[in-house]
Every structure is written in C-alpha cells, then in structure tokens.
Design a protein around this ligand. Structure first.
Ligand SMILES: C[S@@+](CC[C@H](N)C(=O)[O-])C[C@H]1O[C@@H](n2cnc3c(N)ncnc32)[C@H](O)[C@@H]1O
Length: 244
C-alpha cells in the first residue's frame, strides 16, 4: 500500500515535469486533484500503457483501434468524460481519442473503458498540443473542445487553449469538410475563439443565425462544467466550424 502511494507520487511528478519542459508553449492546467484510491491508481498503472496513444510523427489515428472504424474524432479536455463516453457509445464505428491531462479524470475514463469493454476510445494524458503536432495532416473528421478552462482575467487570457498556434494545428489535423465543435459559457471566450478563427483561412463558422449557436448539437449530452454553468446562471455558446 505504502509502495503504491510512492509510485503514484512519482508517476504524478513525472507527468508534471514532462509538461514544464515545453519550450514553445506553457501548459497551465491542473494535473492532480484528490489522491487516487489504490484501486483507481492500480487501474491507471495497468491499463493506461495499453490505452495511451503513442506519439510519432505523422501518427495515423485509424491505426489505433482494434475494431473497424469509419470515422475519427478527438475530444480535448474531456474532464469527467461524460460527453466522450456518450459519443463513443452512440457511435461504435467512430474511433475516439480522448485527451485529458487531469489524472483523476483519466482514472475515471480508464475505469469506464474497462467496465464497459469499450473498444473505440484511446486516450492521451498530456497536453493536446503535443498530440495535434504529431497527428498526420487531414486525419480527423471531428474535434470537440467543450468548456475549455476559461482563464477569465485579462492577464490570464493568453493561457487559453485557443490561440493562433492551436487554430492552425486544429485545422491541419481536420480532413477537408471536417468539423470542430467548441462550447463555452464565457461570452468573452466565445468572442475570443471567433476572432482567432476568423484570422485563419482554413476554418469557417457554419452558423446562419442565433439558434445555431444558442442550441446544443442534437447528439449532445450535458457535461459537468455545463451543469455548473447552469447552476450559476450562465448560458452557453455552441460554435461549429468547418475545415475548408
Ligand atoms: C473546464 S474543464 C471542462 C471539462 C469537460 N470538457 C466538461 O465540459 O465538463 C477543462 C478541461 O480541459 C483540460 N485541459 C486543459 N488544458 C488542456 C490541454 N492543453 N490539453 C488537453 N486538455 C486540457 C483540463 O484538465 C480540464 O479537465
């Protein structure tokens, strides 16, 4: 038991140092919450090495799944995993990569994958930028970014996931006609995202009118952060972009 705790602390410390060594872009998220129970920690030790996407230049996501998949999707920052699991159950022919550096969210996801014997989810437990850089160009049909950390104070805005660099990487990873779905409860972040996307010539906003960004997608399920936003009286924007 004591040994497990030490191992877990080492595991968490090494994940954090991976991220702090990035020269070109800092990562500003929380990696750890409550200490994992030994059962959850044991599951991570046992399953994550098999589920984790191995990075290599020109990574073809279609090669990651042991079941046939016709469509490929990525969710960045899946948090508690409600949306990713919902989508994976709904679309067994889609191969999903779920990216989440927060260890407790990843532990929950790995447990669900094991309990339900889910074959169409692979995971990445570090910064999505590293994954986007490795992915083969035009390899994904869909990317979800749902309630990314808002970093609401002006001086923190530059920590937001959406930047000129990430817009370029997101566009590069999507197939022509592929879709980026973005949800936020922070109006300033919605405007920030639109501003960044409008600067890119590769992505277009599909909205024709307010209903298109005020209503969630038809295959939507409420995430933990959306539930929190509603409790606190905030509405959401649901933005859909298409790769030209
Ligand atoms: C506000 S939470 C939202 C979680 C979930 N999507 C939801 O709606 O409940 C944002 C999540 O993004 C993750 N995150 C932050 N930066 C990230 C990055 N660079 N790559 C991948 N995930 C990231 C955080 O760890 C956190 O779990």
């Amino acid at each position: 038991m004591g040994k497990d705790r030490h191992r877990r602390r080492d595991q968490e410390a090494s994940l954090s140092s991976d991220l702090s060594e990035r020269p070109d872009r800092a990562f500003f998220g929380r990696r750890k919450g409550k200490r994992l129970t030994d059962t959850r920690g044991g599951l991570i030790d046992r399953l994550l090495p098999h589920l984790r996407v191995p990075l290599s230049d020109g990574l073809d996501p279609a090669s990651l799944f042991s079941v046939p998949v016709t469509t490929l999707a990525l969710e960045i920052g899946f948090g508690g995993g409600e949306h990713l699991l919902h989508q994976a159950r709904l679309n067994p022919q889609t191969g999903f990569i779920g990216c989440e550096p927060f260890v407790n969210g990843m532990a929950k996801m790995v447990a669900a994958i094991e309990n339900e014997n889910i074959k169409n989810i692979r995971v990445f437990d570090s910064d999505a930028v590293e994954l986007l850089k490795a992915l083969a160009p035009a390899s994904l049909d869909r990317i979800f970014i749902l309630y990314p950390d808002p970093w609401p104070k002006r001086r923190q805005n530059k920590r937001r996931f959406i930047s000129d660099l990430t817009v370029e990487l997101l566009a590069k990873a999507l197939k022509s006609g592929g879709e980026l779905r973005f949800a936020t409860d922070i109006d300033h972040y919605a405007g920030w995202t639109l501003t960044h996307i409008f600067r890119s010539s590769s992505l277009t906003w599909t909205a024709k009118g307010p209903e298109d960004w005020r209503k969630p997608w038809t295959d939507w399920i409420q995430t933990r952060y959306e539930a929190k936003a509603r409790r606190e009286g905030r509405r959401s924007s649901y933005l859909t972009f298409k790769r030209r």
